[in-house]
Design a protein around this ligand. Structure first.
Ligand SMILES: [Zn+2]
Ligand SMILES: [Zn+2]
Length: 158
């Protein structure tokens, strides 16, 4: 474990502190309407990491499940900052989607891919050459070999 693989973050009131003990598997910029609504902005930045690589250092999380979706959002019960989400559709059951903006050093994790650009706000720029998809992508074609290897044991059981 090296410092380059450790990412710490917190909520807005700092009662909740957490640490990711691995680099994210992938970082999504999601432009879907639901992410726009939940965050109140043009897109969300999610660092996807195995649940067992994230530890809560202090504080606690509450959660809210959005009806008729796979999405449950987790937040600090004191200041209501959303810190991560769960998408229980099968593939990502064992992952947290951590809000990059809650990291102490969010600049370390630019997006690897832009998704659901079909509902991108028209002014929002996507750097030329950055991978982008109207909706979702094929994981095996986009993820690094090491990220695929990390998730292999989880996907074997499915
Ligand atoms: Zn808080
Ligand atoms: Zn989204």
């Amino acid at each position: 474990m090296t410092a380059e693989n450790i990412f710490e973050g917190r909520c807005s009131c700092s009662k909740l502190r957490y640490r990711m003990n691995a680099k994210p598997l992938v970082v999504h910029a999601c432009h879907c309407r639901q992410c726009q609504r939940v965050t109140g902005t043009a897109f969300v930045m999610n660092a996807v990491v195995e649940k067992n690589q994230l530890e809560i250092l202090s504080g606690s999380v509450a959660n809210y499940h959005f009806p008729d979706t796979y999405h449950t959002a987790f937040f600090c019960p004191e200041c209501v900052t959303y810190v991560w989400s769960e998408y229980k559709s099968g593939t990502f059951d064992d992952c947290w989607f951590v809000r990059v903006g809650t990291l102490d050093e969010p600049d370390r994790l630019p997006p690897d891919v832009h998704i659901f650009t079909e509902s991108k706000q028209p002014w929002a720029p996507i750097p030329s050459g950055a991978p982008k998809f109207d909706r979702f992508y094929t994981i095996k074609e986009l993820w690094s070999e090491s990220s695929l290897a990390r998730m292999e044991p989880y996907w074997q059981d499915k």
